[in-house]
Design a protein around this ligand. Structure first.
Ligand code: GCU
Ligand code: CA
Length: 138
């Protein structure tokens, strides 16, 4: 089962403001990051074991343009310039999934805007670790 980390709750950090004016979010709100290139959102997650985890990031982008971001894990670039495409409205939420390398224990996962437009609005990050790999031939 995945563990959910809400963007509006510590230990997550939001370079902007926690807001709740666009409905459909999980928890108590979402991170509306400042519309600048350095306005990152960071999650701190706990993994039970080292390996490859799957993260799902829920976001809304009611603007007309992509809001690309770099995904950094423990400070290292894991996915560069990934698209967070328009969702049609700030109340329309979508999920993006990535495979990321994690240590056992505490890890930081940072979304860094790749352009001066800043990030999409960020709702949460779900972390899935420890699912058994598929067995070949079964
Ligand atoms: C609007 C919207 C915000 C969003 C912002 C943006 O102001 O209400 O939720 O973050 O646009 O363009 O980033
Ligand atoms: Ca914003």
């Amino acid at each position: 089962a995945a563990t959910r980390y809400e963007a509006e709750a510590a230990p997550a950090t939001c370079t902007g403001s926690i807001e709740s004016n666009h409905t459909g979010y999980s928890g108590n709100g979402f991170c509306n990051g400042d519309n600048t290139i350095d306005a990152a959102t960071q999650f701190t997650v706990t993994a039970s074991a080292a390996g490859t985890a799957t993260i799902a990031i829920r976001y809304a982008n009611g603007a007309t343009g992509n809001r690309p971001a770099d995904v950094l894990v423990n400070g290292a670039l894991a996915h560069a310039n990934t698209a967070f495409d328009p969702t049609g409205a700030w109340t329309a939420w979508a999920t993006k999934t990535f495979a990321v390398p994690v240590h056992a224990g505490t890890n930081t996962i940072r979304l860094d805007p790749a352009t001066a437009a800043g990030l999409a609005n960020i709702d949460y990050l779900d972390l899935e670790t420890g699912s058994a790999p598929p067995v070949e031939g079964k």
